[in-house]
Ligand binder design. Structure first.
Ligand code: GAP
Length: 505
């Protein structure tokens, strides 16, 4: 098993991500994406957009400011409720999240308990400061928003960095509804930064103070919650569910969407989107099914405004097992109602002649956690003959580079031919890595290490026959393909076709 330290070290060595501003000493919780990490993240985000914006022709992406006035966070409830339980050591002053200390000591999840309940548990189990074994004080609360002063002199205004991208969609809801088709459901997606002053950032991309979210807010008429026009497409599809009452046994249920509606009393509108989320992970990103589950949150764990809340968890042994990477939240009318009250502007809209205060279904993804998961799932050390090959088996669609192009030797016109092939591929929209140094075996190893999906070699036969060798990173199988057919073959390969079936097109 690979540890989180090894994943973080690998990310640094190969150029995926590392701590920010390190040359000046760092502030924890901030990470920079290096060249490969940026490419991987951009591709994940593109696939997310393609998939989720493609669900409905009334779903759009917007970009909102990350700095917003105080009123936004009064309306959202963040000023009062966006707090973590903290506990301080009376001896050394070390301050940590009380639920994390409890979890580390008692091996259970204590999220959602009140500060008083945490203080009682700490005292009952005689839990001490993990740093100096000193006495812990009572559990208090700490607001995670980053405040800031905007402007100067008498014009100064208190603002905050947003703690979730969601608020950007809510403050734009009314204007977008007018500018768009005045039709529900309407979806507003934001792929952008969120900021939280986490007390204990840890595990690199897993708990950060500045991170990227990809969130889709779906505004809909609550009277239509029990239906979805495309539900039939998913009704027989099996969801992997881990409901609250399965926790003791640890068993994941495989249950059709139709049964999730009938037996678990979940609304069709909600279940339809759960199915699409699972399809995004299993069909689009090809995550192994047994590494994926929806985990239902208990009433104590979920935010008070969420009526239905299932997290999307991926099994990541480097972090001790299942880790939340996304969430499916039915937020009711909490958000629009709050903004309506504080701004004094009505959020009630006219939908086909009916006055509606829309409800929100939120599909919320932590991009950075997904990137960490991709790295952990991709990393392999494999025996190849007498050698060991180190390879990153990313889903092809998100591999940082689609293809590596290599001339077999650095002479006799092979590099020029290889550059031509590179151009053909780049002109067709592929991301291509060119390398002419070292033996061909070394060059294959180099692209395997950074997860390039296909290796393309130009040899002497290429000069005569205008064809190339294409090698699959994962199986190491190779086929011969005419250069003119290469973009089509590579496109099918990137979408998941096996090389063997593409040989004779
Ligand atoms: N708008 C809803 C919302 O923000 P959340 O559960 O607080 O809900 C959504 O966050 C996702 O964002 C999480 O599932 C997780 O993947 C990611 N996330 C949350 N806090 C994070 C942090 N401190 N660092 C990295 N990712 C985080």
């Amino acid at each position: 098993m690979t540890s989180s330290g090894e994943i973080i070290e690998l990310a640094k060595r190969r150029g995926f991500f590392w701590q920010s501003s390190l040359i000046h000493g760092n502030v924890s919780g901030f990470y920079d994406y290096a060249h490969l990490g940026s490419m991987l993240k951009r591709k994940w985000e593109s696939e997310w957009r393609r998939f989720f914006l493609g669900l409905d022709d009334n779903f759009y992406e917007i970009q909102a400011s990350v700095i917003m006035p105080e009123a936004v966070f009064r309306a959202s409830g963040h000023l009062q409720h966006f707090v973590d339980p903290v506990v301080k050591c009376g001896k050394c002053g070390n301050t940590e999240r009380a639920d994390h200390i409890l979890e580390a000591e008692l091996k259970e999840n204590f999220e959602g308990l009140t500060p008083e309940e945490m203080t009682n548990l700490i005292s009952k189990h005689k839990i001490k400061c993990p740093k100096c074994r000193g006495q812990l004080e009572s559990t208090g609360v700490f607001n995670m928003l980053f405040p800031m002063k905007v402007g100067a002199g008498k014009d100064v205004q208190v603002c905050y960095l947003t703690g979730e991208t969601a608020q950007g969609a809510y403050v734009n809801f009314r204007q977008e509804y007018e500018a768009l088709r005045k039709r529900l459901p309407m979806g507003l997606a934001i792929v952008g930064k969120a900021f939280r002053n986490e007390i204990a950032p840890r595990n690199a991309l897993i708990r950060m103070r500045e991170f990227t979210q990809a969130e889709l807010q779906i505004f809909f008429d609550p009277d239509t919650m029990g239906e979805h026009p495309r539900f039939d497409e998913v009704k027989g599809y099996r969801l992997r569910l881990f409901p609250v009452d399965s926790r003791k046994g640890g068993k994941i249920l495989s249950i059709t969407c139709e049964d999730a509606v009938k037996k678990m009393k979940l609304p069709r509108f909600y279940v339809y989107h759960m199915a699409r989320i699972q399809q995004f992970y299993l069909d689009r990103l090809r995550l192994p099914g047994n590494r994926f589950r929806f985990r239902q949150l208990s009433d104590e764990e979920k935010a008070f405004y969420n009526k239905h809340h299932w997290d999307i968890e991926i099994d990541l042994p480097s972090l001790g097992g299942w880790k939340e990477c996304a969430g499916c939240h039915y937020r009711t009318d909490h958000d629009l109602k709050g903004h309506q009250e504080v701004s004094g502007q009505s959020m009630v809209v006219d939908a086909d002649g009916k006055k509606v205060l829309p409800h929100v279904l939120e599909l919320s993804f932590g991009v950075d956690r997904n990137i960490y998961a991709l790295l952990e799932l991709a990393y392999r050390e494999e025996k190849v003959g007498k050698d060991t090959r180190s390879v990153l088996i990313f889903p092809r669609l998100v591999s940082p580079f689609d293809a590596g192009v290599f001339p077999l030797v650095k002479k006799d016109g092979l590099p020029e031919k290889a550059r031509e092939v590179q151009k053909v591929l780049e002109d067709s929209g592929f991301s291509v890595f060119y390398d002419e140094s070292g033996s061909i075996g070394r060059r294959y190893r180099r692209i395997d290490e950074v997860g390039v999906a296909a290796g393309i070699t130009i040899d002497y036969d290429s000069m005569k026959n205008s064809d190339v060798t294409v090698r699959d990173r994962d199986s190491m199988n190779q086929i011969r393909v005419k250069i003119e057919e290469l973009p089509g073959v590579l496109r099918s390969f990137m979408k998941g076709s096996e090389l063997k079936g593409l040989e004779k097109r």
